[in-house]
Design a protein around this ligand. Sequence first.
Ligand SMILES: C[S@@+](CC[C@H](N)C(=O)[O-])C[C@H]1O[C@@H](n2cnc3c(N)ncnc32)[C@H](O)[C@@H]1O
Length: 470
Amino acid sequence: MVDRKDLIRKLYYSDNLPILRSMEDESVDLIYLDPPFNSNRAYNIIYPDDLGQVTAFEDTWYWTPECDAHIHDMTHLKTRSILDALANAMGKSQICAYLVNMAVRLIEMRRILKPTGSIYLHCNPTASHYLKIVMDAIFGTNNFRNEIIWHYRRWTGKAKKFQCLHDVVFFYTKTSDYSFNILYTDYTTGSRERKVQGVLNRFKGGETHFVSYKSVDEKGVRENDVWNIPFVAPSAKERLGYPTQKPLALLEKILLASSNEGDLVLDPFCGCGTTVEAAEKLKRHWIGIDITYSSIAAIKERFRRQKYNVWGEIQIFGEPKTEGEVEKNLINSQSASARKEFEKFCVTSIGGLPNDKMGADGGIDGRIPIDKNEIAIVSVKSGRISIEQIRALRGLLNGKNKIGIFITKVKPTKKMKLFANQSGIYEFPDKPEKVVFRTQELIPRIQILTLEQILKGVQPILPWAIPNKF
Ligand SMILES: C[S@@+](CC[C@H](N)C(=O)[O-])C[C@H]1O[C@@H](n2cnc3c(N)ncnc32)[C@H](O)[C@@H]1O
C-alpha cells in the first residue's frame, strides 16, 4: 500500500526537452503525452461569465535552424533516415518541423522508460499517420500494442464531410515484457440477457458457437480498443476552461491498465493536469511538464478545487522566484510569447485571468472577477512607468470596472503612490448575505503592486473572497 504522503509530485514550467534530457535512464513506468496536433491554430482558454479568452498555446510549427540541428545530431539512425525521407518528400514543411520536434522528444522518452514501461501518444487524424511511422521507428513495430480510438460526441460544424468525433491514442511498450492490467467493461444488454438464459453466442472461425455462461469471465468483457468517453463538456464539473482538456476518465483508464500504485507517471505536455490528477487519485508518483504558465496556473486551480489537499507537497520547478529570474526568463526573452508570459505570470499570481486582446481593450492585461457585475482590471508594466499610465488605468474605471491594479517591475515614485491613494475608495454595493467579506479594510480603487511584492506573495485588497479561476 502506498501512503499518499510519500508520493513524488513534480511540476516543471519549461520546455520539456531539457527536462527529458536531464532525466535518468529507465526511471519512468508510464508516459502519456498529448502534444499539440499541428492543427495550425492557437488554443484559447475560455473564461466563464464572458470574461474573455487568452491564448494558452500556439499549435503552429515552422522549420527553424533548430530542426536541422536536431536531425544532424540524431544518433537514432532509423528515425533520422525516416525524417530525412519525409523532409525530402514534403519539403521542410510545418508537418516535418512538427515531426522532428516530436521525434527528438520521443527518443528521450524511450530512453527514460523502464523496460516494463508503456507510452501512450494521444493525437488525431491530422498527424496520426505520420506519428505512427515515427513511433514505429523509435519503439519498434513489434512493440506497438494498440491504436485506441477515443470516441466522443460533441457539437461540430457543418463541414461537407462526416463529423469528426474521435481521437487516436497509440499504445506502445518499451519491450515485450511490459506491465499490463486487463480492464473489463460490463456486458451489453443483449449479452446480459443471453447470459441470464445461460448461453452466449460467440463467433469463431466464421461460425456461431454457443458457449455456456460458466465459461464467460465473471468480471465482464475484456476492454477493447474503442473507448466511448464523454468529451469535457462546457458545463462539466471537471472543466477548467483550458483548451484541449482531456477527461479524467480517459486518463484513469490508461493509468489503471499500464501502471500500479507507487509507479512513476510522466506527462511531458501536461496542459491543465488531467494526467497528474489521475495519478494523484490512483496513488502514482507523478511528473508534469508544460511550457506555458497558464498550464501551471490551471493545475494550481485543479488542486485547489479537488479534495486531496496536497498543493503544499508539490514541487514546482522553473517558476521564477526572484526578480532576476523573471527578468532573464520572461522580460528579456527574445521570444514575444515569453514576454507575454510575464503578463500571464503577474496576472495569475494575483488570482486574475490574463487577457490577450490588445488595443481594443486599452491595455487591460487581466481581470479579477469580484462578482457577476463587477471586476478588478489589471495592467502590467515590465518597463519604465509614468503617472500617465496610472491615470489611464483610473480612466478605465467605469461600468463593471470597479478596481484597477497596476503591476510594475519598476518601483513607483512617491508621486505615483500619492496619485493612487487619492484615486478614491471602492464603495460596497448592497450584496446578498452569501458574500463572504474578506477584509474590513478600506479598499483603494487604484492599487499599485510591484513585481517584488508579487514574488513575496502579496495580494491586492479585494472586497470579498471569490473562487479564482486561475
Ligand atoms: C493538447 S495540450 C495538453 C492537454 C492536456 N492533456 C490536458 O488534459 O489538459 C498540449 C500542451 O502542451 C504544451 N506544450 C507545447 N509545447 C511544449 C513543449 N515544448 N514543452 C512542454 N509543453 C509543451 C502546451 O502548452 C499545452 O498545454
